[in-house]
Design a protein. Structure first.
Length: 453
């Protein structure tokens, strides 16, 4: 009998593998950061002995959820400048807040956002950090991720122009300076992280980047195999400015300069047309679908159901200032219901596809489909355990439908990331929740007084 670090036994395992295998009365053996064996409880307990054991009898085990786009510093801004369109929201809230934030503010904001994420079963998130006026802000977010134990894809935001179009002047940087910092972050964090920290390039918007700046980022990404993510086609404003500057739509420009030859994750795409979908198919562009934020800002509904199979679609909360939540569980139901209602077709998207976008398909969207998003031997041990024994989730006939349409944070009982238990029986093990909540409330009160909103 082989000894391993942890065995999770007795639960129903929803693997989200290609065959959508479900193992009843299943068990996983975990050694270090990976799943080393999976099967029935009888098979695993006969072959392995765990130094730790989690009894998941009567519970459901899912791959950890992947949030492919957020802005963690925005957890400080929940509810401010609500009920306004995107450009007004930027002018009234984001631009004024930039000079008011400190390194400590960013650290605690990130901790609170991660706390909420873990409580909703999120094990990987992509933080698009465009608040780049001080290099230490980036390290504050990365440090918060390290202390909480979440898997972080860190998008280092970039603007090199755009003050006349609403970009805060403090955020304008020379692209060469940005790339020097990206080199540092990759050496200092990614290469030392055992796959827990990944550094991405994150040019913020087309109207905040020069053509030469975009070309430089594309060349760097190609040479160093660094993924890229970018806000695109969220509103007509983005497209109108591209047409005015280049006479083309955003994806046409990016394809022309070689940007799409890299692993590219498009965020929003609300205004995507058929020609855009064809380019996404041709270049295998991935899509981050931010349903709640797009509704909150009145931007519309992205046409993800028309994407080709080559386009991996993922789900994302977006920042808390344009959603007020980092809860991926509530996003599952919202995304499903909106598409059913908009297209007047209850079958246009089902529970299995919604969960796939948050797990296995989401993993493909961020280029990690061989590591996370599926429960299988050799994959990272990122998972969460659902307790269905609450009034809202009783009875369970289909665990996938239950997760999408009935669950909430209260059902998420245990979360394991990279083989480490970060929440057990709803008790967070890596974060002092009370301290973080109180600290963020104090910071937010100070910011609101200065913003005068």
């Amino acid at each position: 009998m082989k000894e391993v670090d942890l065995i999770v036994v007795g639960g129903t395992i929803v693997t989200m593998d290609a065959a959508r295998t479900i193992i009843f009365n299943g068990a996983l053996a975990i050694e270090g950061s990976k799943i080393v064996a999976m099967g029935t409880s009888a098979e695993i307990t006969a072959a392995y002995k765990g130094r730790k054991l989690i009894n998941a009898k009567g519970h459901y085990i899912f791959p950890g959820l992947i949030n492919s786009h957020t802005h963690l510093f925005q957890t400080l801004l929940k509810g401010l400048a609500a009920d306004t369109p995107l450009q007004t929201w930027i002018a009234r809230l984001i631009t004024p807040v930039v000079p008011l934030l400190s390194e400590e503010d960013c650290y605690y904001a990130a901790q609170l956002g991660i706390l909420e994420a873990i409580r909703s079963g999120t094990t990987t998130l992509l933080d698009f950090m465009y608040l780049t006026c001080h290099p230490e802000f980036s390290e504050a977010v990365i440090t918060a991720a390290q202390t909480t134990g979440i898997r972080l894809l860190f998008g280092r935001g970039v603007h090199d122009t755009g003050v006349n179009r609403g970009v805060p002047p403090q955020l304008i940087e020379d692209v060469d300076t940005v790339l020097t910092e990206v080199d540092y972050l990759r050496r200092q964090y990614e290469l030392k992280s055992d796959g827990m920290i990944h550094i991405w390039l994150a040019p913020s918007v087309m109207w905040g980047m020069s053509y030469s700046g975009l070309r430089s980022l594309a060349a760097y990404a190609t040479e160093n195999k660094v993924p890229i993510t970018m806000h695109l086609m969220e509103t007509d404003y983005d497209i109108d400015l591209c047409q005015a500057d280049y006479g083309k739509r955003p994806l046409e420009i990016l394809a022309e300069m070689g940007m799409l030859a890299n692993h590219f994750l498009l965020v929003h795409g609300v205004q995507a047309e058929e020609s855009d979908l064809q380019l996404m198919d041709a270049y295998r562009v991935s899509w981050s679908h931010c349903m709640a934020a797009n509704l909150y800002l009145g931007s519309g509904v992205a046409p993800i159901t028309r994407a080709s199979p080559a386009t991996a679609v993922s789900l994302a909360t977006d920042g808390a200032a344009s959603n007020n939540s980092q809860n991926m569980i509530e996003l599952l139901k919202l995304t499903a219901l909106v598409h059913k209602g908009v297209y007047r077709n209850p079958g246009i998207i089902n529970a299995s596809r919604i969960i796939a976008m948050a797990t296995c398909e989401g993993a493909r969207a961020v280029g990690m489909e061989k590591q996370i998003g599926t429960l299988a031997p050799g994959y990272r041990a990122d998972l969460f355990i659902v307790n269905p024994g609450l009034p809202t989730t009783t009875p369970v006939h289909d665990p996938l439908a239950t997760l999408v349409y009935s669950c909430d944070q209260e059902n998420i009982e245990t979360v394991i990331i990279n083989g480490k238990i970060v929440m057990h029986c709803r008790h967070l093990l890596t974060i002092n929740e009370e301290e973080v909540v109180n600290k963020v409330q104090d910071i937010a009160r100070r910011l609101r007084d200065k913003l005068n909103i």
